[in-house]
Every structure is written in structure tokens, then in C-alpha cells.
Write a protein that binds this ligand. Structure first.
Ligand SMILES: Cc1ncc(C[n+]2csc(CCOP(=O)(O)OP(=O)(O)O)c2C)c(N)n1
Length: 404
């Protein structure tokens, strides 16, 4: 059942059933009930086709139902602590509990669909609290500028948790966005979180499971190369080996994303990659990673280039909360084989100071579960980029300028 096949009463009855589960203590975790926007959403989903992508939020149940996820599946996922983690790879349904996360991912999917000449579109739903974020402004500007097939729908109840728009911004006037953004106003019929009623704590305690029971850990991808390979000398310098790694990735169709990659060729290392596989982005690090994530959902192999490691901190949300967690929180439905290439400016001529010299390899090793690699020889550099090329998961490779 999709879109207009749903009625307001049908949607309300679904939520009412979940609210009763909550009050009976059967949902011992965070959940956000939708309500008050049934008619608006039924109208909007009349324009959303099967096969289109729908990206949603912590408050995603209506979007899931209207996009055709069977109610019994949505119900089961809610009972399994996946209220904020509702995914369906087959129906192109994606959510995030981190506000501002999905907007950049939506852009990447839309870029991929346009590149493929697809008729599919992307619909990204967000609240006015998410509209507050810089991530949203970057995403809208990119979709508008490149005319990507993506519509952002602001579900504006004028509140972020319990804070009004006026208290957050000094005015309750709507912000002005281009045509790829539509907005509807509504009044939420439930509190921000849960139902507002006391739940039965005894039942809650007996139902409660652990993090790993709700979201089993996936086998860790490990790079074993350095320990297991006796490298034959390549007879090339470090930078030549990196360049060779880029060329091999390019030969397999990888898309290179970042700034200083068309003018500059990522310090010359992309000189043998065709320009139409390079996207010179705005200086918007979170958007760069979102672009990569979204493209990877459509089968592209993205390589995101950060010309200094310290710039990557600006994209910590996209890397730590999304790239690293997508597979686990979606129970393996969505994979994200993104390659990160970055440089630590820690040596040689043109010293650029303490910030750009920082090497965050160990910080990222703590932050993420995927391999974070630091090649020290030309042989290692090429082998690591070959590993990244063939991996079906994310990999980060940190190049020190002192080896270049
Ligand atoms: C990056 C980030 N900051 C803070 C939060 C905590 N948080 C969860 S929902 C929310 C407000 C969201 O408001 P809005 O986007 O308007 O959605 P609504 O809940 O009104 O549907 C906040 C601040 C979060 N999930 N992610």
C-alpha cells in the first residue's frame, strides 16, 4: 500500500497501536510519534513514485508507510528498537537520527541518478529544526545550482524539541529557499518524544535488550596487507605510487570528490584520471562526504579528497555517524564503500603551521570501525589503495607529505 492508498484514519490507527505498545511498556527505547500532518503527507506522496528515494528522519513512520513499507514490517521494526533506524534497500527508504545527516546524502543520490540518466527522484524530508543546520544550506545550494532531481520537504511545526523557531532565531518568519525546497506547516499532535504517558516500567525492564542484541555487530573489515605481504620493491617514489593507485581507481570508474582536484589534481596525483570522473566541490566538507555516501548507494565508488587531515574534522558527523554506522544501523541493508584520501602537511618545503601538520590517524582509528591506514613506503601506499579499490566497505588512507 502506498501514498493515496492510505487514509488519514489508517495512519492514525497505526500510530495509535504503537502508542498503546509504548504505554504498555513494550517499547523501552527512544521513539518519535508522527501526527497532525496526515493530509499534507498523503498529498505529497501522491507525487512520489515507486523507485524514488525517500530520506527521512527520527520521525519516519508515516514516510515509511506512505512509501510502501508494509505496516506489519514497520511495526516489527518499531518493536525491535528500529523506530529511528527504519531502512528498506529494496524500496529506497533511508533514515537518520542525526539531524542534518540525510540532506547531503540526498544530494549524492540525486547526483548519481542524474549521471545515470535515471527518471528516479530523491525526496528528503526534514523538520524545521534540521532546516537550522549549515548542512541543509550547503545541500540546497548544490541541488539548486546543479539542477539535481531532489526535493527537500520541510515539515514545519515551528519547534525543535521544545524550542520555538522564534526563540531559536529571533523571528518566526520562514527562511527563503529556492524551488527545490517545499514547506508545509502543521501542529504536531504528540510530544517530541514518546507519548507523554507513563509506560509500565516493569514490562519495559523485562522487554529491554542490549545495544548489540538490537543491532548486532558486523564482522570488522581489516587490512592485513602490511603484516602479510612481503612487498617487492616498486622502483617508484611515494607520490608516484599514490598516483598509480589513483589511476587504477580511475580506470575502474571511481569518482573523485573534493576541492583542488580539477585545478591541482590533488597535488598532481590525479593527473591521469579523466576530468569527467572528478567533481570539484564547494568548500563544504560535510557535503563532500554526503555526496560520496549517496553515490555509493547507486553503485559508484567515490574517493573523497581532503587536502589536509585537519579539514576532515568538519565532516566528522558524516564520517563517524554515517559512513561508519550505516551498515550496522541498517542491519546490513545499505553499504557504503567510500575511500578517503588525505594528506598531513608534516614535512618538506612550504611548511604551513601546526594545524595543517596534525595527523589524526589515531583519532579516526578510535572514531570508526573501518580501516584507517597510514602508508610509510611507496609499496604500502599502492597496496593500500588497491585494497581500498576492492573493498566493499569504507577505507581511509592518510598520506604524510614528508613521504611525498
Ligand atoms: C545533529 C543533531 N543534533 C541534535 C539532535 C537532537 N535532536 C533530535 S530531534 C531534534 C529536533 C528536531 O527538530 P525538527 O528537525 O524540527 O524535527 P521534529 O522533531 O520537529 O519532527 C533534535 C535537536 C540530533 N538528533 N542530531
Amino acid at each position: 500500500m502506498r501514498g493515496t492508498e492510505w487514509t488519514t484514519d489508517g495512519l492514525l490507527a497505526f500510530v495509535d497501536k504503537m502508542a498503546k505498545y509504548h504505554d504498555a511498556g513494550k517499547l523501552p527505547f527512544a521513539l518519535h510519534l508522527p501526527g497532525g500532518n496526515e493530509e499534507q503527507l498523503i498529498d505529497i506522496f501522491a507525487n512520489i513514485n515507486e523507485g524514488d528515494y525517500v530520506l527521512s528522519t527520527h520521525r519516519n513512520w508515516y514516510h515509511a508507510l506512505l512509501h510502501g513499507l508494509p505496516p506489519e514490517e514497520v511495526e516489527q521494526k518499531i518493536l525491535d528498537a528500529r523506530s529511528m533506524f527504519m531502512f528498506d534497500r529494496e524500496r529506497n527508504f533511508y533514515t537518520s537520527a542525526i539531524i542534518g545527516g540525510p540532506v547531503a546524502i540526498a544530494v549524492g543520490i540525486a547526483w548519481a541518478l542524474k549521471r545515470k540518466g535515471s527518471d528516479q527522484k530523491v525526496w528528503c524530508f526534514l523538520g524545521d529544526g534540521t532546516e537550522d543546520t549549515g548542512h541543509f544550506a550547503e545541500a540546497v545550494r548544490y541541488v539548486n545550482g546543479f539542477d539535481l532531481p531532489c526535493t527537500f520537504v520541510i515539515e514545519d511545526d515551528s519547534m525543535a524539541v521544545d524550542a520555538s523557531k522564534e526563540s531559536r532565531w529571533g523571528t518566526d518568519k520562514d527562511c527563503c529557499w529556492p524551488d527545490c525546497v517545499v514547506r508545509y506547516h502543521y501542529t504536531k499532535s504528540w510530544p517530541h518524544i514518546r507519548t507523554g504517558n507513563f509506560a509500565d516500567l516493569k514490562v519495559m525492564k523485562s522487554t529491554m535488550k542490549t545495544d548489540e542484541e538490537y543491532f548486532p555487530l558486523l564482522p570488522k573489515r581489516k587490512y592485513l596487507g602490511s603484516a602479510s605481504i612481503n612487498y617487492a620493491p616498486l622502483g617508484m617514489k611515494f607520490k608516484e605510487a599514490v598516483t598509480q593507485g589513483m589511476t587504477e581507481l580511475g580506470d575502474e570508474g571511481a569518482i573523485f570528490i573534493g576541492y583542488s582536484i580539477i585545478p591541482g589534481d590533488a597535488m598532481g596525483t590525479l593527473k591521469d584520471v579523466p576530468d569527467d570522473q572528478k567533481i570539484e566541490t564547494p568548500v563544504a566538507e560535510n557535503l563532500m562526504v554526503g555526496l560520496a555516501i549517496g553515490m555509493s548507494f547507486e553503485g559508484f565508488k567515490p574517493v573523497v579528497y581532503f587536502e589536509r587531515h585537519d579539514f576532515m574534522l568538519v565532516a566528522a558527523d558524516a564520517i563517524g555517524n554515517h559512513v561508519d554506522k550505516i551498515e550496522r544501523i541498517s542491519h546490513g541493508e545499505f553499504k557504503c564503500p567510500v575511500v578517503f584520501k588525505t594528506v598531513v602537511d608534516d614535512g618538506g618545503l612550504f611548511y604551513s603551521g601546526p594545524t595543517h601538520s596534525q595527523n589524526f590517524t589515531n583519532v579516526f582509528k578510535e572514531l570508526v570501525d573501518f580501516p584507517v591506514l597510514y602508508p610509510e613506503t611507496p609499496e604500502e601506499a599502492l597496496e593500500m589503495y588497491r585494497y581500498a579499490k576492492d573493498s566493499d566497505g569504507p577505507v581511509m588512507i592518510v598520506e604524510s607529505k614528508k613521504f611525498h
